[in-house]
Design a protein around this ligand. Sequence first.
Ligand SMILES: [Zn+2]
Length: 228
Amino acid sequence: MMTSIFFRNIARNFLEFIYPPLCVVCDSPIGADDTLVCGGCWGGLKRVEGPVEYGILERSHIDEIRSGFYYDDILQSIVHFLKYHQAPGLAKKMAELAAPELMKHPGWARADALIPIPLHKAKARERGYNQAEEIARHLSEITSISFWPDALIRRTNTVSQTKMKNAQERVDNMKNVFDVRRSVLGRRLILVDDVITTGATANACAQALKQAGAQSVNVFSVARPIFD
Ligand SMILES: [Zn+2]
């Protein structure tokens, strides 16, 4: 047993010598402590200052939206990698880097629970996991705010957002899609997603939570789009 681990380690070190691990964003070699992305790329992310307002089309049931970073080319590569490969280390790193933006606002730091925006079960199965849930789980560990992964479920498999013709169609597609599966009465909640775009999905979640009696629903995403 020990011998096989010994030889496996030698084989791994040999492979890393021939094929050093490369950053999934910029292809430069990464250090032993880095997870898939180099320090230069992590350090190049641009922080978002203040609440997100401009560009969000649907937010009537959301109290406040905050994001860690702008969704630039670097973050797009990271999020894309996270979505299609199971890379829990990346979700953890993203949560660590984004968490200070959540914690510096007292109203947010005192929230009762973090709730990931759910994927439909079929989609989660196909992909293996829900990246919003992974990010929320790590945010919960860092912030000590409770993690409620089963509070919301997505009822029907809606048409893929990317196939929609316009923003209004996206908004209509999202109505009455989410079910609340635990008591949220009087609770201050934070919905968590990797990227917020139109706000339609998050707003539909917020609507369901408010109808179930939630006191407030904020939205926290690792990334928000850039509008110039
Ligand atoms: Zn890099």
